[in-house]
Ligand binder design. Structure first.
Ligand SMILES: Cc1cc2nc3c(=O)[nH]c(=O)nc-3n(C[C@H](O)[C@H](O)[C@H](O)COP(=O)(O)OP(=O)(O)OC[C@H]3O[C@@H](n4cnc5c(N)ncnc54)[C@H](O)[C@@H]3O)c2cc1C
Ligand code: FES
Length: 375
């Protein structure tokens, strides 16, 4: 047995060494990563002086320019593409899977992977200048199922946000628990664009997920929360083709926005729509009354719910079946082959890939299939 005083001295020594090492790392980091001020040229139109050493995505955000960033800068969504006009070194292995051969040749980069170390020129689409960071206030939070919440946010006074149904916002939650930086992820708008002062989202809890855990466990009415918006190009194409829509779970969010928008514009009954929505059990379903009402009101709106495994004691009117099997079956029995069609899909990558395969088998082509993978 060691005397208590010896243990305390050892603990103090270890603590002191840790503090000293942290200070040394911080000093070395500030020397090695000190790139000083650098010039950032945007589209040959705007030149600003910025502090070097940070990732291009964050450097641009500090200047109020927000590139799409569905994964919050982790290099796993490929959304933050931007053409770099200067030499910033070769593409990193983390960038290559997201870039086409042409993009590689044109030095398109993932802004979350490129560090700004010297003067740099970039080219970005003009519409990205419309993306803003908005400090919203939580107006209400409602449990739609055991793992999906509807979150309504009040937009700041005079924000004048305009967006298209189908687009998304990047919700940023503050540092919490062991997570030392704010984290942002993409969430499709569920509100209609006509609703001018509120935004609505449908957020499913991902066990262990950074942002969804914060939203489900800590966010409360009255809190302030940042949303970067509007982002994304998922939207309804202005044609008369039948819309084959697939969105299970929280994948209903953009469709809630799209159908509300079409109804507000008086065009919901003007083209054929099949909406496939489903879950494992009955307790995964929500907004059923609203969707059944739409189907009753508009002859050309077809709502097809699916449940694969009703839980014990649950009553399900139909035959238990997976959403993709129901989709395949309706192509055989109900959706005319000769009808011009467009596919619209949102939700988990697995469900989307399987649904797109069924669409292709039924004569639909990739150029008419639009989707947002919730990954
Ligand atoms: C364009 C777009 C729109 C989106 N819209 C919505 C929306 O309207 N509603 C919504 O709920 N989500 C939506 N998402 C998904 C969302 O952006 C996050 O990926 C998701 O909420 C997980 O974030 P997190 O921070 O909680 O988990 P993370 O900390 O990012 O992930 C934790 C772990 O869970 C895994 N994981 C991540 N996502 C999922 C998932 N969906 N299912 C299972 N495991 C997962 C990760 O691989 C990781 O291992 C959208 C995604 C995109 C790209
Ligand atoms: S922000 Fe997702 S890859 Fe860069």
């Amino acid at each position: 047995m060691f005397p208590l005083s010896t243990l305390a001295a050892q603990a103090l020594l270890i603590g002191g060494v840790s503090v000293l090492m942290a200070v040394m790392i911080s000093v070395i980091d500030s020397i090695v990563n000190n790139y000083g001020d650098v010039q950032l040229d945007i589209n040959g139109k705007k030149q600003v002086t910025v502090k070097g050493g940070s990732k291009l995505l964050g450097t641009l955000a500090d200047q109020g320019i927000f590139l799409p960033s569905a994964c919050g800068g982790r290099g796993s969504c490929g959304a933050c593409k931007c053409q770099v006009k200067s030499d910033v070194g070769p593409h990193l292995p983390t960038e290559v899977p997201y870039l086409t051969q042409q993009e590689l040749r044109e030095n398109v980069r993932l802004a979350c992977q490129v560090k700004v170390k010297a003067d740099i020129g970039i080219q970005i689409p003009e519409e990205l200048f419309n993306i803003k960071k908005l400090s919203c206030t939580v107006e209400s939070m409602t449990n739609l199922t055991y793992d999906i919440k509807e979150v309504r946010l009040k937009l700041p006074e005079g924000s004048d946000l305009t967006y298209t149904a189908g687009q998304y916002g990047q919700i940023e939650v503050p540092a919490y628990g062991g997570i030392r930086e704010p984290s942002a992820r993409a969430y499709s708008f569920a509100s209609a664009p006509q609703e001018k002062d509120t935004l609505e989202f449908l957020i499913r809890l991902v066990p262990g997920g950074t942002v969804t855990t914060y939203v489900h466990k800590f966010l409360k009415v009255g809190d302030k929360i940042n949303v970067v918006a509007p982002v994304g190009d998922f939207r309804v194409h202005d044609t008369q083709a039948a819309m084959i829509c697939v969105g299970g779970g929280s994948g209903m969010a953009p469709f809630r926005s799209i159908f509300r928008d079409m109804e507000a514009r008086g065009v919901l009954g003007e083209r054929d729509i099949w909406y496939f929505f489903g879950g494992h059990s009955v307790k995964d379903l929500y907004f059923m009354d609203w969707l059944k009402e739409l189907a009753a009101k508009y002859e050309r709106f077809h709502f097809i719910p699916a449940v694969s495994e009703p839980g014990p004691g649950e009553v399900w009117e139909g035959k238990p079946a997976r959403l993709i099997d129901v989709l395949a079956e309706r192509f055989k029995t109900e959706i005319p082959r000769e009808l011009a069609k467009e596919g619209y899909l949102c939700g988990s990558p697995g469900m989307l890939d399987a649904s797109m395969e069924i669409m292709r088998k039924n004569g639909m082509t990739d150029d008419k299939i639009y989707f947002d993978k919730f990954a």
